[in-house]
Design a protein around this ligand. Structure first.
Ligand code: ACO
Length: 325
């Protein structure tokens, strides 16, 4: 049966200029390059400049994705911004991005699923496109986690950072089989029982302030590998593919040990996993599209490849999508 598929037309990304190394952090809190590298795999990260906002990074990533897709903003009728760090409480950062890109048509809204936000946004865009609600979507993950870090808490401030990534998805009539290009299957999950294990201790209706990240690191670690592995297997089942047929896994870049744990549990060859956490750290909703764009730009991901994207984060939320490039 024929099906409308959401085909990737282009990717883009943006990283702020300022680089903060582990050694820089060792001058700010009691930590060391050795501790951070051993526990997380992170060596350095990018930090947003004063006066720069989430929408600025989102717009830069979006422009590159549009260029590489051979599209203009006039072609876009759906903009989704996955973010935990919006410019304003309202409107949605997607409205600001739409305006900065010079568009006033179609629809634009934000998705809040913390580090899993980009996967939720891809799956949401895919459903809008396949239902005929839109023809061409700009899906962005953008976060400035540095603005909600407690810079005196060494257990969190070494982990997170800033950036943005974007993809353009276009609705294409397809045969409806596993050989189609586009998003083939997605699984999204939430289990709110775990919310206090990773949260920000402020918010509009509770404190009137943004607050800071609080995390039970060991608890997050304990659940991450199992949750991510479960959704990867579920998406493979839905997509009628085996792990051997997957060309690239692009995981959320939270921690190299979580990435390695999933690799080991599922038996994924290391050469098929895209890793940027060493240079980007955890950029929340931006991490997967940043890694995707890097692997597309350097020629690893090519047309026809099967690509698995996956993430887990606050909520807890977790999810995966299978895309044929
Ligand atoms: N530098 C030096 N020492 C530190 C630091 C630091 N930056 N942070 C914590 N420590 C100390 C602790 O105080 C503790 O000291 P103590 O033994 O004297 O009490 C010691 O190191 C061990 O602390 P733990 O928290 O038990 O360390 P652990 O081995 O669990 O590693 C880490 C911590 C890296 C956060 C780990 O739990 C982890 O990776 N968790 C996953 C969290 C994550 O990735 N979150 C991202 C968001 S969720 C997501 O995106 C999936």
């Amino acid at each position: 049966m024929t099906k409308i598929r959401s085909v990737v037309r282009g990717t883009g990304s943006y990283l702020p200029e300022k680089v903060l190394t582990n050694d820089d952090l060792a001058h700010m809190v009691e930590t060391s390059d050795e501790w951070i590298t051993q526990r997380t795999g992170i060596k350095e990260r990018h930090i947003i400049a004063d006066g720069q906002n989430t929408s600025d990074m989102a717009v830069a990533a979006a422009r590159e994705a549009l260029d590489r897709a051979g599209k203009t903003i006039a072609d876009i009728d759906l903009i989704l911004v996955a973010t935990t760090t919006p410019d304003y409480t309202f409107p949605a950062t997607a409205s600001i991005v739409q305006n900065k890109l010079g568009s006033s048509h179609g629809m634009a809204f934000d998705i809040q699923a913390v580090c899993t936000g980009f996967i939720f946004a891809v799956a949401t865009a895919d459903n809008y496109l396949s239902a005929g609600m839109a023809k061409c979507a700009l899906v962005i993950g953008a976060d400035c986690m540095s603005r909600i870090l407690d810079w005196e808490d060494r257990s969190t401030c070494v982990l997170f950072a800033d950036g943005a990534g974007a993809v353009v998805l276009e609705a294409v009539d397809s045969p409806g089989d596993p050989h189609d290009r586009g998003v083939l299957a997605s699984t999204l999950r939430t289990d709110g029982r775990h919310w206090e294990k990773l949260y920000v201790d402020g918010g509009v209706s509770r404190t009137g302030a943004a607050g800071h990240i609080r995390m039970e690191g060991r608890e997050v670690f304990k659940h991450a590998v199992t949750m991510i592995s479960d959704v990867v297997l579920d998406v493979l089942r839905k997509g009628q593919l085996t792990l051997d047929e997957i060309d690239w896994v692009v995981p959320h870049q939270a921690n190299k040990r979580i990435i390695d744990g999933v690799e080991k549990k599922l038996g994924i060859p290391a050469g098929k996993v895209v890793v940027t956490v060493d240079r980007h750290a955890n950029t929340s909703a931006a991490s997967v599209p940043l890694a995707l764009h890097e692997a597309v730009k350097d020629g690893r991901i090519r047309a026809g490849d099967y690509v698995m994207i996956e993430a887990m984060g606050g909520g807890f939320t977790w999810g995966a999508s299978l895309i044929r490039w």
